[in-house]
Design a protein around this ligand. Sequence first.
Ligand code: UD1
Length: 384
Amino acid sequence: MNHKRTQKALVVAGARPNFMKVAPLLKEADAFNRRNEGKFPRLEWLLVHTGQHYDRTLSDVFFEELRIPPPAVNLGVGSGSHAVQTANIMLKFEQTCLAENPDWVIVVGDVNSTLACTLVCSKMGIKVAHVEAGLRSFDRTMPEEINRIVTDALADLLLTPSGDADENLKREGIAESKIKLVGNIMIDTLAAHLPEARKSRILQELGLKPKSFAYVTLHRPSNVDDPQSLAAIMSSLRKLGESLPVVFPAHPRTAKMLAQFGIDNRGSGGVKILEPVGYHASLCLTENARLVLTDSGGLQEESTFFKVPCLTLRPNTERPSTVSLGSNKLTRLDRLASDLDEVIHGPAEKGQIPPLWDGKTAGRIVQAIVEFDERSRTETAAIE
Ligand code: UD1
């Protein structure tokens, strides 16, 4: 019989979109301990930062704004090719697991850190819970799609945001008993931080009026790593800037590519190119934008929450409810001008908020993990 009084988990974050997903989990584990009164093992959930993102604007700012405790361990892996980055995370994370001996590793999203840590644990016999499991773009040219498929094939507990994700997993032959629909974790953070986001001074700083600017973020290799595609995007933005101010905080990958291809990287006319903005400023820009143009998964969801029309410059999305229910529409470079025109002349608010975007997902996740442990304990006790 397992008499452990503490259940230890390493919660992994590596890149910008991970930080808003781990913040509510760590907070909820603390809340669980305060309520627990010794009935269940105490949750000792420690944050591991892989260091995949290391710039202040992509990492530290989120720790400060979301009040995430400093990581117990920072692997400091930095950038590299996919193989180099994944392998470096694996080498270092294996040492962390040997030193910490966790019962669980909790991974979020679909970045290289998610995949690397899952691979390590699956060989060490450490249980893995994947938050945001089951999303599929069905496009294996996206590195994230490979990360999603492999992570979900190996994880022990698949915590899904939406019904479509459950269906994807079942189609891949994953046992239903491993799948738990918990809702959208991003919305927990959004709901908790909306009052602060609404106090952001970003509109005043940039001289913008609500509902009269476009908020643009683009960083996918498929859009920004190709000189022709990036030049065509920038030329569409300049055209859009003639009728609507365009705010474009550029991810370091995008900034690097603009410089490398000799494309204007400071912005001109109606286009303002900025450094990446923090979480509160980004939410404030999204809520107040007339339209969002993006290739980010997070922005598709946040604009859906605010019912702000969003064009996603990608051939597919792993978040289909943002299109079927929300305010999102997929677009292509050769259709971008007409799609932008349609949005500008259409309603300023559209769509509905999908189910389980209610700010209570972290609570359901903690409960699912505790119940998984309780079930295993009962089963072990029955065998003994
Ligand atoms: C990663 C994720 C992507 C996510 C994105 C959010 C993978 C495969 N990709 O893409 O899913 O949407 O984060 O931002 O995990 N760089 C810096 N400073 C940093 C980090 C990166 O300057 O702190 C530069 C480096 O030149 C690096 C490049 O950005 O080579 C790309 O970084 P990387 O972590 O490889 O992927 P992202 O494009 O950020």
